[in-house]
Design a protein around this ligand. Structure first.
Ligand code: GDP
Length: 320
C-alpha cells in the first residue's frame, strides 16, 4: 500500500495531531507555544498519560534550553513527538511469518465488534494472494451471524470455511461446540494440505470467565489436533474504543497469552495514538493494522510509515 493511501486513511488522526499542532502555536512567528494545549492534544490522540507526561517533560526541557516560538517551536515539538512515538513503536514492528509451520494456525481473539471476522477474511485474502492455501474456521458459534458472515466471506474470496450446524454440540445458546469446530478445522487443513488456518472465535462478555475458559479450551484442542499449534494467538483490538480496549486486551493476554495484535478501524478515529499506549502496556508485536472494511484493507504494521502518516515526514534541519 502506498504511503499516500495510508495518509488518506489515517486522516482523522493526522488531522488531529499534525494539523492540531499547527494550531497550537500562534499565527505570528513571535507567538508563544500553548503547552497546556499541546498536552491536551496529545492526550486527545489517546497516547495516554504515562506517555504524554515524559513527552511534555522533554518538550519543556527543550524549549527552556533553547527557546523558540512560532513555527520553529511547532517543528521542534513535532520532532520530539515523532521521536518518542518511533521509540515506542519500532520494537512492536515484528512481521508474522506464516511459513514457519504448515499449516500455520492463527487463532483470532477479541471482543465482539472488534473486527475479528473481518480480519480473518482479510488475512485469508492476503495469504491466498501470496499463493497459499487458506482455510477459515467458524469457531464463533455463539453468534449464528458470525458463522454466516464468515461463510459469505469464504464464498466471496474462494476460501474453504469449516463450520458446524447450530445445535450440533454442547456450545452455549444451542450453538455448535467451538472447540470441536477448531479441531475439525485444523484436521481439515492437514488433510487438504493447507498452508494457513484462520480460526474465528467468540468474543462476548470478555469479563466473564466462561468465555476465557472456552478460549483456553479452543487453544488446547488446536494443540491436540496439531502439536505446536496454534502458532499465533492474534488479538484484534478496535482502535476507536481507545484506552478501554487495553483493559480488554489484558484479560485475553492473561487467559491465553497473546502473541500478536491487529489494531482495526484506524481509518475511523482520531485516536491513532492508542498504538503507542498498546505498545507500552502489552509489549506484544503489532502485526497488522486495519484501515477499512474491504478484504485488502489490512496492512502489515510499519512504525516509520505509521508515524509519517500521523505527523508528516521529518523536515530537513534548517537554521531557525
Ligand atoms: P467481530 O464481532 O469481532 O467478528 O467483528 P466484525 O468483523 O463483525 O466487525 C465489526 C464491524 O467492524 C463490521 O461492520 C466491520 O466491517 C467493521 N470493521 C472491521 N475492521 C474494520 C476496519 O479496519 N475499518 C473499518 N472502518 N471498519 C472495520
Amino acid at each position: 500500500m502506498k504511503l499516500s493511501t495510508l495518509i488518506e486513511r489515517l486522516q482523522k488522526s493526522r488531522g488531529w495531531l499534525s494539523d492540531g499542532l499547527g494550531r497550537m502555536v500562534g499565527r505570528t512567528p513571535e507567538a508563544p507555544v500553548d503547552l497546556a494545549a499541546v498536552e491536551a492534544l496529545l492526550l486527545g490522540a489517546d497516547l495516554g498519560v504515562s506517555i504524554v507526561d515524559p513527552m511534555m517533560e522533554s518538550v519543556r526541557a527543550s524549549l527552556d534550553r533553547a527557546p523558540v516560538r512560532g513555527e520553529a517551536a511547532r517543528e521542534r515539538i513535532r520532532e520530539l513527538v515523532r521521536g518518542a512515538l518511533l521509540d515506542r513503536l519500532r520494537p512492536c514492528q515484528v512481521a508474522l511469518d506464516v511459513s514457519a509451520a504448515k499449516p500455520f494456525v492463527i487463532v483470532l481473539l477479541g471482543v465482539n465488534g472488534s473486527g475479528k471476522t473481518t480480519t480473518a477474511a482479510k488475512l485469508a485474502e492476503r495469504y491466498r494472494g501470496e499463493g497459499r492455501r487458506v482455510i477459515l474456521g467458524a469457531a464463533d458459534t455463539f453468534r449464528a451471524a458470525a458463522v454466516e458472515q464468515l461463510q459469505i466471506w469464504g464464498a466471496r474470496l474462494g476460501v474453504d470455511v469449516i463450520a458446524h450446524p447450530a445445535g450440533s454440540g454442547s456450545g452455549s445458546k444451542g450453538g455448535a461446540d467451538p472447540a470441536a469446530v477448531a479441531f475439525d478445522t485444523v484436521q481439515a487443513a492437514i488433510a487438504r494440505g493447507a498452508d494457513v488456518v484462520c480460526l474465528d472465535t467468540a468474543g462476548r462478555l470478555h469479563t466473564k470467565s466462561n468465555l476465557m475458559e472456552e478460549l483456553k479450551k479452543v487453544v488446547r484442542v488446536v494443540g491436540k489436533a496439531l502439536p505446536g499449534a496454534p502458532h499465533e494467538r492474534l488479538l484484534v483490538l478496535d482502535a476507536t474504543v481507545g484506552q478501554n480496549g487495553l483493559a480488554q486486551a489484558k484479560h485475553f493476554h492473561e487467559a491465553v497469552g497473546v502473541t500478536g495484535l491487529v489494531v482495526t478501524k484506524l481509518d475511523g478515529t482520531a485516536k491513532g495514538g492508542i498504538l503507542a499506549a498498546i505498545a507500552r502496556d502489552l509489549k506484544v508485536p503489532i502485526r497488522f493494522i486495519g484501515i477499512g472494511e474491504s478484504a485488502d484493507d489490512l496492512i502489515e504494521f510499519n512504525a516509520e510509515q505509521f508515524v509519517e502518516a500521523l505527523l508528516g515526514s521529518p523536515r530537513q534541519a534548517r537554521p531557525d
